[in-house]
Design a protein around this ligand. Structure first.
Ligand code: NAD
Length: 367
């Protein structure tokens, strides 16, 4: 393990200036010649508690791209944990390489040993290109793993909790926009009907919403139309449809320079991470357009709440659902703060999350 001891350049990027730019605490570079492991663990902030965040494996074009990803994602986890009232910090890990070619039991177990060596400062979980079986290998070498499959005695699939949180956040936005939180007869466009999108559609249909869906995979469309009465729209027209609510539940950066002018909705509330391509710029455009935006890291925190409570102990699905339900009130607080301070909701949410870290940090400074 190489803990960065001196200023090191990754491409044209200075690692220490990247750390200081977003207030990160530590980066851990993990390398193992025998298994081909190259990984970076990013620990953003541990004031509230140990840093928690998934491990993703991705065939990054460069080490610089991997570094940027781990820095961005670990920072997001700090805010997500803080605003959700969890006593956890923000962390994330990336394993560099093609998961199809490079992933092996040995590589995953070697990675697990790096996680173990941090003695609980970083707790890992499943993320992109990691399966429950992969997490089992990692957990053979470290106890600092959460969100394991139910078969392994863990909390299992986080998607139902994430979807429930998005649904709660959506209702809070409706209350602000329309004076009541009913979604009956509201036109809601769900972009991406994968794990989370599917559960979200179920909640919406049960409440009597008029649901539009899009997905790039025909199988997903077949699955959802077989189960629910929804209208299918194509990949591009999801942005231009006149709707009450747009729910991005596919990839990040769906709100960008190309799409933002086409959006004809009152509310954006979905599960995808990093929905705003440029947090500051697009957050402000939405504010000026009068579109209520439920900050992604807050509204999609149900999955983190599930793994967080699993790790912190005393887990029950009922407790998780109760905590996820609080997303409703938090979204209302954020919208009010955004109105009062004339800042975007994204900025308001980051301010609330940062304030909690500051306050708890001061409390912890006393014996
Ligand atoms: P998923 O891969 O199961 O589903 C995503 C779906 O989006 C897939 O069906 C995919 O075909 C579709 N899709 C991809 N590009 C599309 C496009 N351009 N237009 C329409 N559909 C498209 O993923 P998921 O677990 O449902 O997560 C959805 C999003 O929510 C992701 O951004 C994820 O990072 C985020 N998220 C998920 C969780 C969770 O608990 N699963 C928690 C927090 C955040």
């Amino acid at each position: 393990m190489i803990d960065l001891k001196q200023e090191e350049k990754v491409g044209s990027l200075s690692v220490f200036s990247s750390l200081s730019e977003h207030g990160h605490e530590q980066l851990v570079y993990c390398y193992d010649e025998y298994t081909g492991l190259k990984a970076i663990i990013g620990i953003h902030n541990t004031v509230l508690g140990p840093s928690l965040g998934g491990t993703r494996m991705w065939d990054y074009k460069s080490e610089e791209e991997a570094l940027m990803d781990v820095l961005r994602l670990s920072r997001g986890m700090t805010f997500k944990a803080s605003i959700s009232g969890l006593n956890l910090g923000g962390g994330k890990a990336v394993i560099i390489g093609d998961a199809q070619k490079l992933k092996s039991e040995a590589l995953l177990r070697r990675f697990g040993r790096f996680v173990e060596s941090l003695k609980g400062k970083y707790i890992t979980a499943e993320d992109v290109n990691m399966s429950p079986e992969d997490m089992e290998y990692i957990s053979m070498e470290t106890k600092y793993v959460t969100g394991l499959s139910e078969k392994m005695g863990g909390a299992g699939d986080p998607s139902p909790f994430t979807a429930y949180g998005v649904y709660m956040g959506m209702k809070a936005c409706a209350k602000e926009a329309y004076g009541n939180d009913s979604l009956e007869n509201r036109k809601v466009a769900v972009q991406g009907v994968g794990h989370v999108g599917h559960y979200l559609v179920k909640h919406l249909i049960e409440e009597g919403a008029n649901v539009l869906v899009s997905d790039i995979y025909e199988d997903k469309i077949k699955e959802i139309t077989k189960e629910f009465k929804v209208t299918v729209v194509d990949e591009d027209s999801i942005y231009t449809e006149k709707t009450d609510i747009y729910a991005p539940c596919a990839l990040g950066a769906a709100v960008n320079d190309k799409t933002i002018d086409s959006l004809q909705c009152d509310i954006i509330a979905g599960a995808a991470n990093n929905q705003l391509e440029d947090e500051h710029k697009h957050g402000n455009i939405l504010l000026n357009k009068g579109i209520i935006y439920a900050p992604d890291f807050m509204i999609n925190a149900g999955g983190l709440i599930n793994v967080g409570l699993d790790y912190l102990g005393n887990y029950s699905r009922d407790r998780v659902f109760k905590k996820v339900e609080r997303i409703y009130n938090t979204v209302l607080d954020i919208i009010h703060k955004s109105r009062e301070e004339k800042t975007s909701s994204q900025e308001a949410a980051i301010n609330i999350a940062s304030q909690r870290i500051l306050d708890v940090g001061k409390v912890k400074a006393h014996l």
